[in-house]
Each structure stands twice: as C-alpha cells, then as structure tokens.
Design a protein around this ligand. Structure first.
Ligand code: MG
Length: 685
C-alpha cells in the first residue's frame, strides 16, 4: 500500500502497520483468505486465555501468578505481531492505533508485574484489602478485542486477487496452426508473429491478428462491451479472446503472448490492484494526536506528584503516571472501525449491494466523479425493438408478425430482437419457405402466397421498392436518434418499419438525476460510436462523454481524472471496463456483467440497477459517521478516567484509579460501540 516499501516475505508495513500485499496477486480463494485465518487463530487463542484471567480478577480469587502467566501468553504469543506493529510505528515516527494499544497494554502489564514481584516498594495507601491493584486482565482484554477487530477487518477486506484468474480464464489456451505439412493444434505459447492460424466457427480467436482468407461474424463483446457482432473480411483485424460466431477463416498472427490486447488488460488490472493508495484509517488519525497527548499528560502527572506529592514521592509519581497510560488505552479502539464496516456491509447486502472490500465502503462518500460505461451499464446491453411504425391500414402487430416470421431462421442479433419482441407481444409467426440471407442487406423468405423482406435501405434499392413519404420521414427521425431502422416488405409493398436500439435501462435516468443531486460529475466512456454516445448522453443528461474509447484508454481516463484531484468511482459491466474498474478509487460492477468486471470492482450492484449507487454513497456516509461515533465512545469513558488516574481527585476524596474503574470504562466503551454499530443495521437508505 505504500509502494516504496518492498519486502521479500509477507509481513506488516513499517509505515501503516497493515499487512503487505503480494506483488503477484494470488489466484485462489484460500490464498486470499489466509490473512483472515491467521488473525482468527490469534483471536481464539487470546480469547481462551483471557477468559480465565478475567474470571480470576473479577471474582476476587486473584491468583496473581496465574493471571501473570496467562496474560503473558495472550500478549506475547497471540498478540505478538501487534507489538511488532507498535514498535515499527515508533521507530518510523508514524504513530497509529497500534502505538496506542502497545503503550497502554504494556504499561498495564509492566506495572502489574512490578507490583507482583516487588509489592514492598509500594506504599500501603495504594493497597486495597491488602492487595496492590493488578491490571493483567485489562491488558489481556484489550489485546483480545484488538485481535477480534483485526480478524473482522481482514474478513471485510476479503478477496482482491481474483480478477486475474477470471481474466486468464478468458484467454484461449490452444490454436490451430497451418504449417507446410498441414494443420496442427498447438499450445498458445508456440504461436509466433507471422504464423497462419485457422479459426473454426464457435472457437475463440487465439491471438491478435488480421484475416487472410474467408469471412465471418465475430462477437467482440468481451473486449468492446458491444453486443452486436461485427462482420470480418479479408485484412480486418481480430482480437484474441473474442468469439468467432460463424464460418471458419484463416488469420495472420500479428501480436502474441504479452502483446495481445487481452494480455495487456490482465497486466494493467494487476498493476492497478497493487498500486491503489491505502485508505487512511480514522482510528489511526485519532491515535496520531492522542498518543503524544497521553504521554504528555503522563509526564505532567509524574512531574507534579514527584514535586508536591506525598512520600514516597517517586513511587507515587510512577504509579499515577502509569495509571494514566493504562486508563488511556481505549479497548474498543480496535473494534470501532471493523464493527461498523461489517454491519454496513451487511446492510448493503440486504438491498442488493455487495461490497467486497471495506475500502470501497469507506471511500464511496468521498467520490466526486462517477465514470460510467454505456453498453450494459446505462443500457440493457443488447438490441431490442424500440419503435414499430406501420403504413395504414396495416397494424403494427402485422408488421411485427411478418418480420418475425421471416427472421425465424436467422441468427443475427437484430433478428433475436425482433423474435423477442414478438414473443413478448404473443404474436404467432407464420410458416415460411425459401429463407435467404442477402449479405449486408437483410433477409428474404416466401410466405403462403407472397414474398416478404426485412432489411435496410440498400435492400429496398436492390428490389426497386418505393416507400411512402411519411415512413421515410419517420425512418430519418429514428436514425437521427442513432437507432437502426429495418424496413418490412410484403409483396411489393413497404408495410412498415422497425427501429432497433440498445435501449437505456428504465432506472438509468432516475439514477443519474439522483447522482447529480449528490453533486457528482458524471462522465460516460463507451466503445460505441459518436452518434449513439451523443444520443444516450443527451437523453440522460450526462455531463461529459467520450466515444470510441478502448479498454486501455478507459483506464487512462480514470488516471487523468485522478490526477486532477477527483475521487473517481467507475461503474461498468464488461472485460473492457476491468482496467478502469481496478484503477478507480471505487469500482462498481453490474451484477449482470462479466466475471472479470465483478472481480475487479469493490462493489457489485446485484440487479445492475444504477439507482443503488446513490444509496451506496449514502450508506457510506452513514457508516463513516457511525465509525466516528464509535471512536467517540471508545475514547470518552477512558478520557473521563484520565483525571482520576492522574490522581486529580486524590487530594480531595482519596479516589485513585483502581482495576474496577478501568474495567467499567472498558465495558462501557465496548458496549456503547457495539450498540451504536448495530444501529446501522436498521438505518433507512
Ligand atoms: Mg459494457
């Protein structure tokens, strides 16, 4: 997280104390959850030994040596690496939560140990019922709670390294190479630039290159996000990982291995994932100021008691100064953040927002700019019929029926849109004969006693058909909205037309409005053409858009915005968005999208409903506020205890810090933190 820190083995970061991330992201689940399991083990170990310490201390049975033994195990076995973190924070002079925990628990431990070994050096006035106060159980409880917090946090941070394995699955493993002695199926690594490869129908294109022979339609949605297949002829470029839909062809390998576009996406997602800056934890921010303040109070306490206190001055001064350090250590500090995050993440899941890493929830409230993909994110992602216009007296139902009947045999995405619409409207298709596809124009088939055509304007020209003026005008209007127009012909008569477009999702407009109300700047990036992009951007009132943007450029746009100082969220659904999703401060994937997009993003909208983004941002606000409240509760009772520990009340009422006061502060703050965090569960968003 601090990129300048490089180590040859796993461990904590010397600056922030967080676990270091591997340079090569892990590719399986167990690896990703390892951190969680390690913390869980430490927590359970600490808990098992802490419970008897608390029972002994509270019950008045004492057995101080047993308390000492068990606490030693909790602190220096289960909690050992908390002290490593505390120590590194001190030598690096970047005080954080661990510094405070280390200082407080060690003070409690050392004080109790000294009291155990040398009880005679303490004046009788400090003893209660003949016993010196021991704080073993405070130290043990604090360490156990911090371990619990770390465990919860590790669980909330969860899996991050999964995007790559999902991406790597998309890349083809084998290719069909044409050698001088015939065709051979070879491993993808053996393909070199200049090789001739055969790609059969239904196969993935193995490397980037150009068509040499044959023609086909290729589904490039994996890379471009556009659902409509693209016709490929000689010299056209093809991209590794995309799907050859029909017909076989021979291609020339032009880019192989790490040079292919897909490999570059993999590489950039990997880079983006390990260079995201850390979130500065609120608990650390508070600790940074609190630690020096507490040390100062302890020193002042020591000075005052050693100057003006009762005899033995030095011992009394030591006791009161250490008491300040003991009470100041907030036991609920380690819990304050993770508990709110866990409850917040749970609340989000109830409304269909899956939050994969805690950082996403913490950062959402700070987002200033939302970058958003078009196809599949703002729009449905597949073409559908948007308008049917018929020539009187023909009904629109009839137009659709003829079109659907003719298109029955076709595999084209536009035909799918027509068939889907007729199914939706429960229109029966008629029997057809002699189906024929007219390349680049449309389709033709014989109905019972006439011929029917569905296609574009070129088709009308070919058959020299005239079209009514008002149909022509409607067609022009629809085309100006970036819709594809198909004419439907029965006999020699153009009976109507259908408009096809990738329609905007019904929730998109309201979602954008809501996000504008939150003051977000909205930028649309799409691989689609200018006309379609302009139309959607205008319809949805999007502030800024850029068309014909390829997957790597999407990532560059995110970088540019971040350089300007924007906090950027990116919403997308495809592999073409993966780089941008990983680079953004918060990646938001549509649950309906590609696996890679889901893995690259920190947030998933299960139903692909963009309105959820505004609700997620609201939840982020509430969660962060909840964390601040928790920190208040974590500190307040202990802060109230500081004057008592410093001996401020002693001259008047003889009240000093006792383990009971420390225990009350601990339980009040922990319970307050828990109850406060649970309020998030019922919050309305
Ligand atoms: Mg898309």
């Amino acid at each position: 997280m601090h990129p300048e820190i490089l180590r040859d083995k796993p461990g904590p970061c010397p600056i922030c104390g967080m676990d270091l991330e591997p340079i090569k992201p892990s590719q399986d689940d167990s690896e990703a959850l390892r951190e969680y399991h390690t913390w869980a083990k430490r927590f359970w170990l600490a808990l098992i030994f802490t419970i008897p310490v608390v029972i002994l201390a509270m019950s008045g049975l004492h057995y101080p040596k047993i308390q000492f033994l068990l606490t030693t195990i909790v602190l220096f076995w289960a909690g050992a690496n908390l002290y490593v973190r505390a120590w590194t924070s001190v030598i690096n002079r970047s005080l954080n939560m661990f510094s405070l925990i280390g200082l407080g628990t060690l003070s409690a431990y050392v004080f109790s140990l000294v009291a155990l070994i040398f009880p005679q050096i303490f004046p009788d006035s400090l003893k209660m019922e003949g016993y010196l106060p021991l704080y073993f159980e405070s130290a043990a409880v604090i360490i156990t709670l911090v371990l619990l917090g770390q465990m919860l946090e590790a669980r909330a941070r969860g899996k991050t390294g999964m995007a790559l394995s999902a991406l790597i699955k998309e890349s083809p493993k084998r290719a069909r190479r044409i050698d001088s002695d015939g065709e051979h199926e070879v491993n993808i690594d053996e393909i070199k630039v200049g090789d001739h490869l055969r790609v059969l129908s239904g196969e993935k294109i193995p490397v980037d290159g150009a068509l040499l022979e044959g023609q086909s339609h290729v589904d490039e949605s994996i890379i471009t996000g556009e659902a409509i297949s693209i016709k490929k002829e000689k010299t056209d470029k093809v991209i590794a990982g995309t799907m050859n839909l029909e017909g076989s062809f021979i291609m020339l390998a032009e880019k192989v291995g790490s040079e292919t576009l897909l490999a570059q996406i993999v590489d950039m997602v990997a880079k983006a994932q390990r260079t995201l800056p850390p979130i500065q934890r609120v608990a650390d921010k508070v600790s940074r100021y609190f630690v020096p303040a507490v040390i100062l109070v302890a020193l002042v306490t020591f000075a005052l008691w050693s100057l003006w206190g009762p005899q033995p001055r030095f011992i009394n001064a030591f006791v009161y100064a250490v008491s300040v350090l003991i009470i100041a250590c907030p036991c609920a500090l380690g819990l304050a953040t993770p508990i709110s995050i866990i409850v917040g993440v749970g609340r989000a899941a109830q409304i269909g927002i899956l939050i994969k890493n805690a950082e996403a929830l913490e950062k959402l409230e700070k987002v200033t700019t939302l970058v958003i993909d078009k196809t599949g994110t703002l729009t449905e992602g597949f073409p559908s019929i948007t308008d049917i216009i018929s020539k009187e007296p023909v009904t629109s139902g009839k137009v659709l029926q003829i079109a659907a009947s003719v298109e029955q045999g076709s595999e084209h995405p536009l035909s799918k849109a027509i068939l889907q619409e007729s199914k939706k409207k429960k229109i029966n298709t008629l029997a057809v004969q002699n189906f024929e596809a007219i390349t680049g124009m449309g389709v033709k088939a014989n109905l019972e006693n006439t011929v029917a055509l569905v296609g574009n304007q070129a088709l009308l020209k070919k058959f020299q058909l005239s079209i009514a003026q008002y149909l022509l005008e409607s067609a022009q209007k629809l085309e100006s909205q970036a819709k594809t127009v198909l004419y439907v012909v029965e006999g020699n008569d153009v009976i109507g037309l259908l408009a096809v477009a990738d329609d905007v999702k019904p929730t998109s407009k309201e979602a954008i409005e809501g996000l504008h109300k939150l003051g977000l700047h909205i930028v649309m990036l799409t691989g689609d053409n200018e006309a379609v992009a302009e139309n959607v951007a205008h319809d949805l009132n999007i502030d800024e858009y850029h068309a014909k943007v390829n997957p790597l450029e999407k990532g560059l746009w995110i970088e540019r915005l971040k350089e300007q100082g924007d906090i950027v969220a990116m919403a997308g659904d495809g592999i073409n968005d993966a780089v941008a999703l990983a680079k953004a401060d918060v990646g938001i994937a549509m649950g309906t999208g590609a696996g890679v997009a889901l893995e690259s993003a920190g947030v998933t909208l299960v139903h692909g409903d963009l309105k959820m983004i505004a609700r997620a941002i609201l939840l982020s606000h509430l969660t962060m506020r909840n964390i601040w409240q928790n920190l208040f509760f974590a500190f307040i009772y202990n802060c109230l205890g500081i004057p008592i520990a410093a001996g401020l009340l002693y001259p008047f009422w003889g009240i000093t810090l006792t383990p009971m006061i420390a225990g009350v502060a601990m339980s009040f703050s922990s319970i307050s933190v828990l109850l406060n965090a649970l309020r998030l569960k019922k919050v309305s968003i």
